[in-house]
Design a protein around this ligand. Structure first.
Ligand SMILES: Nc1ncnc2c1ncn2[C@@H]1O[C@H](COP(=O)(O)OP(=O)(O)OP(=O)(O)O)[C@@H](O)[C@H]1O
Ligand SMILES: [Mg+2]
Length: 352
């Protein structure tokens, strides 16, 4: 078992500057989830950690050892790819045991290790099949199983659950959490799935354009996003962001009547999550209901607030109908610098 240290890590492909100075310590046994928009460099970073890409600048340590020049096979990391690369001519059992066979472990030990993992991942009935005889989701679980069998110091997962249907995905999520608790191995996991990120991570790292935006426990990113990018990236549906002005009377959203008490001054961007509103007759804002999306237990209201469009989540059943005018009170406010997008800190002593 080992942690990871990245110091001023850069990756360039010719003119393309993909990773622009990543500094991060991942503690031994941490579950780091890496999120960010498509093309921001998530897979590239994992490939650098695995040794599949050369690091252009900076240092990478696994445990105490600098591994920039250490071959992938000598790093004791196991990677599960976005496109799970299984050996097509080997059975599921042989695929899963491959690394141990290369390491010349005794057959009985390999079989026992494979059986145990196959049991956990519900792969037992598939052990004698070839990858070509499996569904996408099954192949993905085999790729995951193959990594687990190796007992590496560090797991690198690149969207390992992306091909599974909703129920298998939640099953595998629980399996991953259990695996992490049992093995206490360091895991770096890339995902597009908010639920995966928020439920699995000990810390989440948000990457945009090759630059780290924020690293922290899921609750911290959710409750105190460092900038408007993180604010809108973490949490679904996305946070509403509105241009506003703050003075001693409070915050007034551009083009909207009603001031809300707040310490921010000058031009800001005001953030309110769709789940942080109350629909109430004495609410400060008046908004028109444009569209209602009924989602079962909740309904997502698409509203016109003056010149702005916002979304608000309410519990079902709701008497609200399209075309109606309602009054709203935002309950939790996030304020950001309008020019830089950086969070305006709460006054000392404030809690949220
Ligand atoms: N071998 C390469 N040569 C040149 N550019 C590359 C190479 N590999 C990746 N890139 C570029 O680096 C950037 C980051 O790619 P990467 O695959 O890391 O994105 P990602 O965050 O994993 O995206 P996704 O969420 O779509 O998987 C992209 O702009 C991509 O085009
Ligand atoms: Mg990727």
């Amino acid at each position: 078992m080992a942690g990871l240290t990245m110091r001023g890590l850069h990756k360039r492909y010719g003119e393309t500057h993909v990773l622009k100075g990543i500094d991060l310590e991942v503690d031994n046994g941490e579950y780091l989830v890496l999120v960010g928009p498509s093309g921001c460099g998530k897979s590239t970073l994992l490939r650098c950690l695995a040794g599949l890409e050369e690091i252009s600048e900076g240092d990478l340590l696994i445990g105490e050892r600098r591994v920039n020049d250490v071959l992938p096979g000598k790093r004791n990391v196991a990677m599960v790819f976005q496109s799970y690369a299984l050996y097509p001519h080997l059975t599921v059992r042989q695929n899963m045991g491959f690394a141990l066979k290369i390491a010349k472990r005794p057959t009985a030990e390999i079989d026992a290790a494979v059986d145990k993992v196959a049991e956990q991942l519900e792969l037992v009935p598939l052990l004698d099949r070839l990858p070509g005889q499996l569904s996408g989701g099954q192949r993905q679980r085999v790729a995951m199983g193959r990594a687990i069998v190796r007992q590496p110091d560090v797991f690198l997962f690149d969207e390992p659950l992306s091909n599974l249907d909703a129920s298998l995905r939640s099953h595998m999520r629980v399996e991953l959490k259990r695996l992490h608790r049992r093995l206490e191995t360091t895991i770096v996991h890339v995902t597009h799935d908010q639920v995966e990120a928020l439920t699995l991570a000990t810390r989440i790292m948000v990457l945009n354009l090759g630059v780290v935006q924020q690293v922290g426990p899921p609750r911290e990113l959710f409750n105190r996003p460092a900038n408007t990018f993180v604010a809108q990236f973490i949490g679904s549906p996305s946070m509403n962001i509105l241009p506003a002005q703050g003075d001693e009377k409070g915050i007034v959203v551009d083009g909207v009547d009603g001031a809300i008490e707040h310490h921010a001054r000058g031009p800001i961007e005001l953030g309110v999550r769709p789940t942080d509103f109350e629909v109430t007759d004495d609410g400060v804002w008046s908004a028109n209901v444009d569209v209602i999306e009924r989602l079962g237990a909740e309904a997502l209201l698409h509203l016109e607030l003056g010149p702005h469009k916002i979304s608000v989540m309410v519990n079902e059943p709701t008497p609200i109908e399209m075309g109606q005018t309602i009054r709203l009170q935002p309950r939790v406010l996030h304020a950001f610098n309008r020019d830089t997008g950086v969070r305006i800190p709460e006054p000392a002593g404030a809690t949220s």
